[in-house]
Write a protein that binds this ligand. Structure first.
Ligand code: 7PM
Length: 274
């Protein structure tokens, strides 16, 4: 299973690790743009040393319950990081955004993948991707990040998430985005209760019927805290377990914070799958 993204072609016959790089104001620097950029770049380079196959750069505008970030602020955060990284790395950079203007600028700066929690539903987003050669991740979400966890409801969460992804896939293909540039993501935690998330994990294997590589993001998420009773900073073991389980039932890209632990655990999955 090949994934074409910009100048890269990933062979997804083994699970790949997407390392998360958040570009956000932090407490221990002076808050200046220079240090913010440098901290993110240093973190990105350390994730590559830990074995990341892809880096996902986010300005935090897509996070559940996050304070919305303006277009200009998101650009100020992510573009300098992409510019600093592209010249010195040889793995694909993904931009985590739903804003078409950020997609456009990130692609111009050298991003190879667009990771969109809104599955290219914003005006012009599909056309921007179609006019480029980048890969795209289409994710399912019920509602919006501000309200999605208030009262998520489904008659059949697996069927509804699958139907949404199938519909977005069909529209993207009809708009000129080649099949081998598209990965799909059930969107764990995005308008889903603990029971919904567990159902999706239980039926993850059935998503292969969509015919596209599956990306899974369960790293440190609340469903893992609900099951283990652990706070967000103590969800490493549960996160690694979730990545291993997902890869065993066919997930091809695991979006994680803890790259080294996940890479090592997935080597066992790869050995079994060979
Ligand atoms: C709070 C809750 C902060 C959740 C951050 C998050 C996904 C994603 C995110 C995912 C794809 C996080 C999430 N999750 N993109 N962006 N799939 N494609 O854990 O599951 O980083 S934000």
């Amino acid at each position: 299973m090949l994934f074409n993204c910009g100048k890269f072609q990933l062979n997804l016959n083994r699970p790949h690790v997407m390392g998360i790089v958040n570009v956000t104001p932090d407490s221990f620097s002076d808050g200046g743009k220079f240090s913010q950029t440098n901290l993110a770049v240093e973190h990105a380079l350390s994730l590559i040393e830990e074995g990341a196959d892809i880096l996902d750069i986010g300005g935090e505008s897509t996070r559940p319950n996050a304070i919305p970030v303006s277009l200009q602020e998101e650009l100020n955060r992510v573009i300098p990081v992409i510019e600093a990284l592209v010249s010195q790395i040889n793995i694909p950079l993904s931009i985590d955004t739903y804003k078409p203007q950020v997609m456009q600028a990130a692609i111009a700066a050298g991003a190879s993948i667009v990771n969109d929690i809104r599955a290219l539903q914003e005006t012009d987003a599909i056309d921007i991707i179609a006019a480029s050669d980048v890969g795209v991740c289409l994710m399912h979400m019920q509602g919006t990040p501000q309200t999605m966890q208030i009262n998520p409801q489904y008659a059949d969460v697996v069927a509804e998430v699958k139907a949404f992804l199938q519909q977005r896939l069909t529209l993207c293909e009809a708009s000129g985005i080649d099949k081998n540039r598209i990965v799909l993501d059930p969107g764990f935690g995005f308008g889903k209760t603990r029971a919904h998330n567990i159902s999706l994990i239980q039926h993850l294997a059935s998503f292969s019927s969509l015919g596209q590589p599956l990306l899974v993001g369960l790293s440190r998420k609340s469903v893992l805290g609900q099951v283990t009773g652990q706070d967000v900073d103590a969800r490493l073991y549960a996160s690694v377990a979730a990545s291993v389980i997902s890869a065993m039932v066919g997930a091809k890209i695991l979006r994680v914070h803890d790259v080294k632990a996940t890479v090592e655990a997935l080597k066992i999955v790869t050995a079994i799958q060979q």
